[in-house]
Design a protein around this ligand. Sequence first.
Ligand code: IPD
Ligand code: CA
Ligand code: CA
Length: 264
Amino acid sequence: MSTQTALLKVMSDAARKAARGLNRDFGELNELQVSKKGAADFVSAADLKAEQTLFEALEKARPGYSFLGEERGLIQGTDKTHTWIVDPLDGTTNFLHAIPHFAINIALQREGAIVAAVTYNPVTNELFWAEKGKGCFVNDKRLRVAARTRLDESVIGTGIPFLGHGQHAKFLKELHQISQRVAGVRRFGAAALDLAYVAAGRLDGFWERDLGPWDVAGGHLLITEAGGKVTTIEGEDDVLGTGSICAANLDLHPLLVERLKAAA
Ligand code: IPD
Ligand code: CA
Ligand code: CA
């Protein structure tokens, strides 16, 4: 059954509201004759605006919840048991380059556990969502992770380190371990959507390091609710704290972790 609970509806409505602004800004960016610097400033303003819209909508619906946003950091609420974990624009570099592949990401943490997630792609109008124990969906369609069991048939997503970010030499070793054994490796540029794609069975697996909690919190729940497994690259539990993630179905997950460990 794909009927959203009141909580999921709050999160979906907030995401759609922020998406209207991002879509407008994305359209305008395409038209703008701005300098490189001007475009970057325009995008960070769009990002901040989206986070403000999300903060207001979520605070109005659930007053007092704490809020951890990529742009504004942690805002402690009166309710310390609930925290929204929000990336208002995942895929900023895509957005800046007019590549239509980015997302709004909202997760709800209750007493340390992620209990609800929404990842929304405003361009394709795909809303990925999950609530703990209730399954994973895109719009009203139920999702399952891919059924492939062999690396040589699998397409694996990843994130490539870039200027000033990530561990370049380590990544190349990991890529070397994976790329020669799989059907393809993809770098789409929005970690939240990569994880949603694993939940949807579009990607068979994914790994990346040095992500923020707002990149992985929602996707972690989407994938486990779609029947997949999520750990750090080392096979440990603390994905949110370390920003290291390896996700796949139950057959492929140990194979990926094994190859990534061999790169260490
Ligand atoms: C980034 C994207 C990207 C990943 C980066 C993230 P942002 O998030 O998810 O795919 O490789 O490490 O920081 O900055 O676009 O929100
Ligand atoms: Ca992000
Ligand atoms: Ca972001």
